[in-house]
Write a protein that binds this ligand. Sequence first.
Ligand code: NIG
Ligand code: FE
Length: 414
Amino acid sequence: MKKHQTLFINVRLATMVDEVGYGLIDDHGLLVEADHIIWIGLMSDRQSALESDPKVIDCQGRLMTPGLIDCHSHLVYGGDRADEFELRLEGASYEALAKAGGGIKSTVKATRDANQESLLSSAKKRLTPLLNEGVTTVEIKSGYGLDSETEIKMLRVAKQLEADCSVRIQKTFLGAHALPVEYADRSDDYIELVCNKMLPEAHAAGLVDAVDVFIENIAFTVAQAERVFDCAEALGLPVKAHVEQLSNMGGAVMTAKRQALSVDHIEFLAEQDVPTIAQNNTVAVLLPGAFYVLRETKLPPIDALRANGVSMAIATDANPGSSPVHSLLLIMNMACTLFRLTPAEALRGVTINAAKALGLDKELGSLSVGKQADLVLWDIDKPAMLSYQIGLNPCAAIMRSGIWRKPLESYSDR
Ligand code: NIG
Ligand code: FE
């Protein structure tokens, strides 16, 4: 049977295939067959390359990028933390609220109390603005359950979002996110529970793509994280960690040495630790939303990351406490404005480098033959427009795995 083909013409491709920059090319067509990109070539060579009669989409000079990837989020949770937002504005610190039983712990209570349906419906509302901005892959972490049942409930909701919302979801187990109240002063015992029960059960249910740990003085030690990573490795699962967000605990170096997918946050990462991240090919995931919301002043060591050739990704970190942010385009702007990334680095951070942070860079993250047809058409021709403008969404069309989520025809304002 002849497979369905779509040919995009009059399009400016931000291929993201080069080591730096956007990999911009003009005058090329891009051909999709079924769910893959099967040809990118000069339009003058088109006749010889095409055997069949594809549906032709005239993009009228629009920019095409790979589908955007949000490689770090906590989108599934119960309740909200608007009250803490007010308290923080009155002077309470994020750490003080966490120590006083608020913070992550208050979201844990609300998440344990919520049923699967209500978690699904609130997560869909948070996911929708991301989808409207051309996001085709989202990583979602557990970590507001802190018991087997609730962690599994969260991961099931994440899986259901994939089925319901035309988006690829990577599910990350974050059982070691905070110490649950029932384990107060018994953090090693809790880590044993994570290793011997929670992680194996979630994995056996087919709900874990990777394992994350929050290494911080308000969370877990490097030694405790190593214990969790040993268990992850025994199950064949890749690891990553929240590290050096509020202090330098040495978590990034330990995590990178495990050939981790990513080390995330890293505001307090020391420059001398950066070569270890580079040598292990671990991605640095920068989260400017949390930096902004917590009004941090310590910048991640961007120049050292750049100088050492570390791949930098950026993500929303969407969560109820430190980053109630549901716009990846805004995060691109924040990465440029707050962290001084270039707009090209920002776009790489939500495409090819975000794919790498999820271990999916063979299938996703660039416009290349053989990759998934996750494509976004934007009503702009300069890629820097994506980072430069705040609050404007120029997304004109979205295709995921060869299927239109938002067809170009539906967009008439041009
Ligand atoms: O990535 N750092 C730890 N975890 C989240 C915050 C979660 C919360 O405050 O609920 C983060 O910033
Ligand atoms: Fe996070």
